[in-house]
Design a protein around this ligand. Structure first.
Ligand code: PFF
Length: 465
């Protein structure tokens, strides 16, 4: 078998992983979720969850990837030493396919907005424009175009495709976002927006703690690309001398900076036109923000730069989602990368095309289904790293970690006991709101703790620990 591709440099890995993390989640999802959940209160909660849950969770995925040296199916099978590992890995592969199916539809919308912004095609009637183009045959066409872009990159492999492109696109995203945030500061009537976003409101946080926790936890997972196996796959191409804790910190900080920057653009701009940012929901970017662009001098230029930036960010995330199923076919079945890329892309052309035609299914898939699949995936990673491997996981954490290896034991404790409870808690929040059941903070906490203990016992009896 041919040798596996790998990153040319550790920096290349870090840039590609930040590229995966920083995407529609940061620029499309984060600002409207923040606005909908009280602005600064959500921001504070989200930052705490990134530090407390996101960073240790991402480390778990990296540890499994580098230790397993394969895509999720093979990695988890060899790490656990049983066929259940293959099943869990296959679940990850399905997750990435489901995610990319919806992600590519939104990527198609962004592609279209980038192309039509120079002529301000949606400036007159943004809501109507969005309504007409978001689902239907035209949406299918743009979904296929977006998919073709990412397939062309993955086709060339890890070092020649993904790494090369990420090294250019990701810095471009950061520079463009900084430029747009600086431009936003020069706009009139933005003060209220900054105050809403950055002025800490302890009372609101205390009063709405329970309601904010669920969405903030979900966003922390989504934005760090946790639970899908994409980060596991990226880490499988790493050398043993890379410091996983250091890389994780750099990735989490960079991704957070990118999200916060996006908020510094979107929220003050909406306020400047007197638009309540919480009302926009998922259409915020395409309707509310689009109407802001329409009413600003030079709006067409700014809109074009803005949507082009989002497009670059979406592409670097999309490639990590496509890489996972493609590399699985390569690793597990010896299919050539090129054939695998074409085959998987054809599948996603169909599944994404279906979503672009069925708006209600799209909403279910892009919301609750993805949240559930990512949470289940992450729970499995935590159980494997913290409960089943434990000593091996600590060893892998420490390899190349230098002085940060002192954090290995606290990390494995967190992964074993704290994170599973938080993930189950957020999973419960999704289920209860889906089923219309009201279960308060205490109720959810009790079920999450009990569920974790039960799972721990089941795993211990199955593995004979
Ligand atoms: N982190 C990406 C974003 O914020 O847009 C979404 C994502 C990409 C999630 C890849 C999961 C994944 F595997």
């Amino acid at each position: 078998m041919a040798t596996r591709d790998s990153w040319v440099s550790n920096l290349g890995f870090v840039l590609a992983a930040v590229g995966s993390a920083a995407g529609l989640g940061n620029i499309w999802r984060f600002p409207w979720l923040t606005a909908e959940n009280g602005g600064s209160a959500f921001l504070v909660m989200y930052l705490l969850l990134i530090i407390g849950v996101g960073v240790p969770g991402l480390l778990a995925e990296f540890v499994l990837g580098r230790r397993g040296k394969q895509t999720p199916t093979g990695a988890l099978r060899s790490l656990i030493g049983s066929p259940e590992g293959s099943a869990l890995g296959s679940f990850n592969v399905v997750t990435t396919i489901v995610m990319l199916s919806f992600y590519s539809v939104v990527g198609g919308w962004i592609l279209r907005y980038t192309l039509v912004s120079p002529v301000g095609a949606y400036f007159g009637q943004p809501a109507q424009y969005f309504g007409q183009m978001s689902y239907g045959l035209q949406a299918v066409g743009f979904h296929l175009a977006f998919l073709a872009i990412i397939a062309a990159i993955v086709f060339f492999g890890v070092s020649r495709g993904i790494e090369r492109v990420s090294k250019v696109m990701l810095p471009a995203v950061v520079v463009l976002l900084i430029g747009l945030a600086a431009w936003t500061m020069t706009q009139p009537d933005t003060a209220a927006g900054y105050a809403f976003y950055l002025g800490f409101d302890g009372e609101y946080l205390a009063a709405n703690f329970v309601n904010i926790l669920g969405p903030a936890a979900g966003q922390a997972l989504f934005t760090l690309s946790l639970g899908a196996g994409a980060m596991l796959t990226y880490a499988s191409y790493l050398e043993d001398d890379a410091s996983l804790p250091r890389a994780t910190l750099v990735i989490a900080i960079s991704n957070t900076v990118i999200g916060v920057l996006a908020g510094l653009i979107v929220i003050p701009l909406l306020f400047s036109q007197g638009i309540d940012p919480g009302q926009g929901g998922p259409g915020a970017l395409f309707v509310a923000l689009a109407s802001v662009f329409g009413s600003l001098p030079g709006g067409a230029v700014v809109a074009t730069v803005f949507f082009a930036t989002v497009l670059l960010a979406a592409v670097t995330s999309g490639i990590s989602l496509l890489e996972t199923p493609v590399a699985t076919l390569v690793d597990e079945y010896g299919v050539s990368r090129r054939r695998a890329t074409v085959g998987v892309s054809l599948l996603i052309a169909v599944t994404g095309g279906g979503l672009a035609l069925a708006s209600s299914v799209f909403r279910f898939v892009s919301g609750p289904l993805v949240d559930i699949m990512l949470s289940v995936g992450l729970f499995a990673f935590l159980a494997i790293a913290g409960w089943i491997l434990r000593t091996e996981a600590i060893e892998e954490f420490s390899a190349g970690a230098g002085r940060l290896d002192a954090l290995a034991t606290p990390w494995v404790m967190t992964v074993s006991w704290v994170l599973p409870v938080v993930v189950l808690f957020s999973l419960l929040s999704t289920f209860t709101s889906l089923a219309g059941i009201s279960l308060g903070l205490n109720g959810r906490a009790v079920v999450a703790i009990t569920g974790t203990i039960v799972c721990r016992i089941v795993v211990a009896s199955a593995t004979g620990d």
